[in-house]
Design a binder for this molecule. Structure first.
Ligand code: ADQ
Length: 471
């Protein structure tokens, strides 16, 4: 049987700590490696003075991980640079923040070559390879250049930008061309897939044959595979002692008020400034509701080495301080803004205590918080999910209250609608969303992708969305 080699920027070894300490994605990928045998390969997160390619193998709970250290300059150019200052903003439609520097592009290519050099000797002829995310677009091509003939798949966890935005990046054509080294590419939504196909056909002259794109000798199959959460684990996590304690604490501290919760990495793509503005609009327009609600925003900092992340942090501190200054009273604060991370079962308890889950990214590949919020609810008295129509999750969670996150008015109206919603309607909307979260969970996602990579299934062809296919 084929082994599975998973390659991603960071690697998660299984942990012995209590259930739920790791994210669903890590658990699902570990489970895949356990099932097929194989290795999870990537950067250790550590720096080394000079790159040696020395691999640190570890084996825990049936999963082998293989990690390498990178040089300071690699991290600066590949990770902080090209991945986080070029690709991340561009792929989230923020060309105003995207930095196009040859040094970053060169470092990114160099690190991918280094990964390929290091990984190459580990690959056996029957292995299948699965590359994760935007840190590694060129890795497939780097491996092909080193003689790897195996089946290689690539999954993109973030959106794919529209063609005209992608065209602003100097290396765009080359980057997309190298993706034809893969046999299979997966996206969370049809929209991201359409944008990819649009670029490949218009800019590179690829042709479409069913669900496959053809460029010269290479055939690349493109599928939609929306990621899910580990729903069973999350539901179980919601009834642990830690979850119940977190729930009770939140309920007690709410003193009868309705809690609105937001949980996001501190990232400009998550729309936190706009969310605060929408909530402020709600407070301004509904003075009678002011002391009836509060917003708990949990936002652990990320990518602190990047300037735009420092800026958003400062901006949010200012904004939450200003709104609290304007509206707070001796017995009520409208926004509780915290920058900590919490164990997953504690998060589940917090979600369950919230009458509204406010998930309003400006652009998001999927957004797992939306699904976690749904999974954590009490079926007899569920809260309401307010969800950005620009999150990939909106394609599945159609019974959320969908909003345009840029519109403070829409966010304000949605909060009012959610607060007034009858229990009957809340239950009906929740049931329909939960059906999806349960059915299309992370194991479903992983199996969909690995089956396609092994050629086991026949998903429907990509529906034609415009005249590109015919061109
Ligand atoms: P992210 O941008 O990180 O992921 P998301 O999908 O919401 O976004 O996942 C965040 C995860 O971090 C969730 O599991 C959440 O519970 C956890 N988390 C957030 N704040 C936390 C806190 N304070 N304490 C503990 N845990 C916290 C990227 C893409 C997404 C895509 C995923 C998976 O940007 O669009 O859904 O990958 O493909």
């Amino acid at each position: 049987m084929s082994r599975l080699i998973i390659i991603s920027n960071r690697v998660s070894a299984p942990k012995d700590s209590h259930a739920g300490a790791q994210g669903g994605l890590a658990v699902a990928l570990q489970a895949a490696i356990r099932e097929f045998g194989g290795i999870w390969f990537g950067w250790s997160g550590e720096t080394v003075e000079e790159f040696t390619g020395q691999i640190n193998f570890q084996r825990a709970q049936g999963v082998t991980t293989a990690t390498v250290d990178l040089e300071e300059q690699d991290i600066e150019e590949y990770y902080n640079g090209y991945a986080n200052r070029t690709l991340w903003p561009l792929f989230h439609y923020r060309i105003d923040l995207a930095e196009y520097e040859r040094g970053f592009a060169g470092g990114y290519q160099r690190v991918n070559e280094r990964f390929a050099d290091t990984l190459r000797p580990l690959v056996e002829s029957e292995d299948i390879l699965w590359v994760q995310d935007y840190h590694m677009f060129p890795l497939g091509q780097c491996l092909r250049d080193r003689g790897v003939k195996n089946r290689i798949g690539f999954f993109l966890h973030i959106p794919w930008p529209p063609r005209r935005l992608l065209a602003t990046m100097p290396e765009a054509q080359e980057l997309v061309r190298t993706m034809f080294a893969y046999d299979l590419v997966g996206f969370h939504t049809q929209e991201w897939l359409d944008s990819f196909r649009d670029y490949a056909t218009y800019e590179l002259g690829a042709t479409v044959e069913g669900d496959t794109l053809v460029l010269g000798e290479r055939r690349l199959r493109a599928i939609v595979a929306p990621i899910g959460i580990d729903c069973k684990e999350f539901v179980a996590g919601a009834s642990t002692a830690a979850a119940k304690l977190a729930y009770r604490r939140m309920r007690d501290s709410a003193v009868g008020r309705d809690m609105i919760v937001g949980v996001d990495r501190l990232d400009y793509s998550k729309g936190l400034e706009e969310r605060f503005a929408g909530y402020e609009r709600f407070l301004a327009e509904h003075p009678e509701e002011r002391k009836e609600v509060f917003l708990l925003q949990i936002a652990p900092p990320s990518r602190g080495a990047v300037e735009s992340y420092k800026k958003i942090r400062t901006a949010l501190e200012g904004l939450s301080g200003r709104i609290n200054g304007a509206y707070a009273d001796t017995d009520w604060v409208p926004i509780r803004y915290v920058n900590q991370g919490y164990p997953r079962d504690v998060l589940a308890g917090i979600y369950r205590a919230a009458r509204i889950g406010l998930v309003t990214p400006l652009r998001d590949g999927m957004n797992l918080v939306a699904k976690e919020y749904v999974a954590a609810q009490d079926p007899e008295d569920p809260g309401v999910l307010i969800l950005s129509r620009f999150a990939g999750a909106a394609a599945q969670l159609k019974d959320a209250v969908l909003v345009n996150p840029y519109s403070a008015d829409e966010v304000s109206d949605a909060i009012m609608q959610a607060l007034r919603m009858s229990r009957e309607e809340r239950k009906a909307r929740w049931r329909s969303m939960m059906d999806n979260v349960e059915a299309e969970d992370v194991v479903w996602w992983r199996t969909l992708f690995t089956d396609a990579l092994m050629g086991k299934d026949t998903p429907a062809p990509i529906p034609a969305h415009n005249d590109v296919a015919a061109a």
